[in-house]
Design a protein around this ligand. Sequence first.
Ligand SMILES: [Fe+2]
Length: 278
Amino acid sequence: MTLNLTPLSGGFGVEATGVDLSRPVPEADAAAMRDALRDRLVMVIRDQELDPDRYVESMKIFGDPMRQHLSKLLMPEHPEIAVLDSRVANTTRDDGKVMPIGSRDWHTDHTNHPRPPKMTVLYAVKLPARGGDTGFANMQAAYAKLDAAEQAELATMKTVNSIEQDVGYVDDAARAEFGAAQVHPFIRTHPETGKKAIYVHPGKLARFDGWEPDASRSFVNALLDRVLTPDVVYRHKWRPGDLVIWDNRALLHVAHTDYDHTEGRIMHRMCLEGDVPV
Ligand SMILES: [Fe+2]
């Protein structure tokens, strides 16, 4: 079996074939995959057949598993894994509207943590017949396109982040544990490459430090509308056996909800430990 790494688009993203994560991966291949993920920010590893044990074990190639706050979705025997099932993980909001999991805006993950995950992984367990793609946006490229004055202004801003109040998959204990507001830089510097990226989870953004909540949300929405252009986006169409891992320090992502949620789309999600954003 020979590892092959192939770019997925002109900008970022890489596909890995010829690797079997259900068995120990040779160190040379593991190192090549780490390098490719550092350079290309999202990696699609094709044709995997993983039980939860091997899934958790194999991701140690990339980092240490991190506790997730989606307490009601964690696999009892493998709490490192959250089961995102479109049939059961939806949230009914106060206004009666059903909000499918993952349908929120472009975001990075878990900004309500002091050390948010450096990477998130999704392993496709069941896919809908059509639809349900995942979008990725390169926020290093988006930031690089801004002029120097705007870059400098954004780099002074800090986000205040808290867990959403209207999601049903976080129990009271987890909400208490992970509920304290966390302040992060709006522009973060990648610890390995030194590249700067716009770093935000609009759903968890309580406000910018020193700003009013409404003005904060308006500002971030307007900025993202302007910078999330097609040239910084890769849209992943899932195939059975796909495992996708991405760098939360550089990318935003979004789940496309254009599929029948009663049909069932099941992803096993892991997060990997990250640093304090700077
Ligand atoms: Fe997410």
